[in-house]
Design a protein around this ligand. Structure first.
Ligand code: SAM
Ligand code: SF4
Length: 291
């Protein structure tokens, strides 16, 4: 008999699995990893690609069909295409996606595509090199643009750009980011700044809410139409009068928890049902113990 499907206590199917392939990062975004130095996980605590693929296989047996690779910065993990290949051998996985800061994407885009990666989302908070440096602590703006260009050239469909909107920091770039995305055939998604803990300097006053984003874009572009049929997607998508589409992920002012279908395995094999969860379940111990 088929194993039961994974349904949480609120009746939500857990169908979308995020795997953090590494805790490390080559940027120091102020809202995420503001410190210069971090103590990274010891190598032996980090799951191997085989272990990640094995775990993903168990999740697939329980109803997962989408896997997203994230981090930290996933492209820092050596030979990530090998993991993509292992995952793509699993017939139950219909979509393998990647979220990256783009710095190392130019050099890896082709190999990732060839390995079977379906979709790429690049995080891009600003189009101003100096602002990028202030936000991320690194002078890598040009390489991110190269990465985005490479993803296009290789031919990934549905290229997405994810922008965390911070009031008083990059809220003057709503329209420029929409125009940039349109120009390159991508779709931008504005993410409300979230209080994910740590030293991320979060305050409600820095959150640019969905309503304010829509107001600003309405002044510039005229009427905006919400696109129906969102399903379990975190973003509500919208269409401008000229047909350009964009998304808003209103995690802070209008959370989509009721429709959420994702869970996350960290690089060291802890399983979390929510970004805000304080406690996870250790899967590495049982996995390595042969359970
Ligand atoms: N390093 C990769 C990247 O930046 O795309 C993948 C991991 S990163 C944690 C995933 C996404 O979370 C990025 O788009 C990032 O901007 C977003 N993020 C990080 N901290 C956030 C916060 N406090 N509020 C909202 N989004 C946040
Ligand atoms: Fe690194 Fe992504 Fe966090 Fe920025 S948001 S510090 S790129 S993990």
């Amino acid at each position: 008999t088929a194993p039961p499907r994974l349904i949480d206590r609120l009746g939500r199917p857990v169908e979308d699995l995020r795997i953090s392939v590494t805790d490390r990062c080559n940027l120091r975004c102020r809202y995420c990893m503001p410190e210069e130095d971090y103590v990274w996980l010891p190598r032996e605590d980090v799951l191997s690609f085989e272990e990640m693929a094995t775990l993903a296989g168990y999740f697939v047996d329980l109803g997962v069909d989408k896997v997203r690779l994230t981090g930290g910065e996933p492209l820092l993990r050596r030979d990530l295409p090998r993991l993509v290949r292992l995952l793509s051998q699993n017939r139950g996985i219909t979509e393998i996606a990647l979220t990256t800061n783009g710095v190392l994407l130019a050099e890896q885009a082709q190999a990732l595509y060839d390995a079977g990666l379906h979709r790429v989302t690049v995080s891009l908070d600003t189009l101003k090199p100096e602002r990028f440096r202030r936000l991320t602590g690194r002078d890598e703006f040009a390489r991110v643009l190269d990465g985005i260009e490479a993803a296009r050239t290789v031919g990934f469909p549905d290229l997405k750009l994810d922008t965390v909107m911070i009031r008083g920091f990059n809220d003057d770039e709503l329209a420029p980011l929409i125009e940039f995305a349109k120009h390159i055939g991508a779709e931008v998604r504005f993410i409300e700044y979230m209080d994910v803990g740590g030293a991320n300097e979060w305050t409600m006053t820095k959150v640019l809410s969905r309503d304010v984003i829509l107001e600003g874009l309405n002044r510039r572009y005229g009427p905006i139409m919400a696109i129906p049929g969102r399903g379990s997607a975190p973003a509500q998508r919208y269409r401008l009068a000229d047909g350009t589409t964009f998304g808003i992920i209103s995690s802070t002012t209008a959370p989509f928890c009721a429709q959420c279908d994702r869970s996350r395995v960290t690089a060291d094999g802890m399983w979390y049902l929510c970004l805000y969860a304080l406690e996870g379940i250790d899967l590495r111990g049982p996995l390595r113990g042969g359970v």
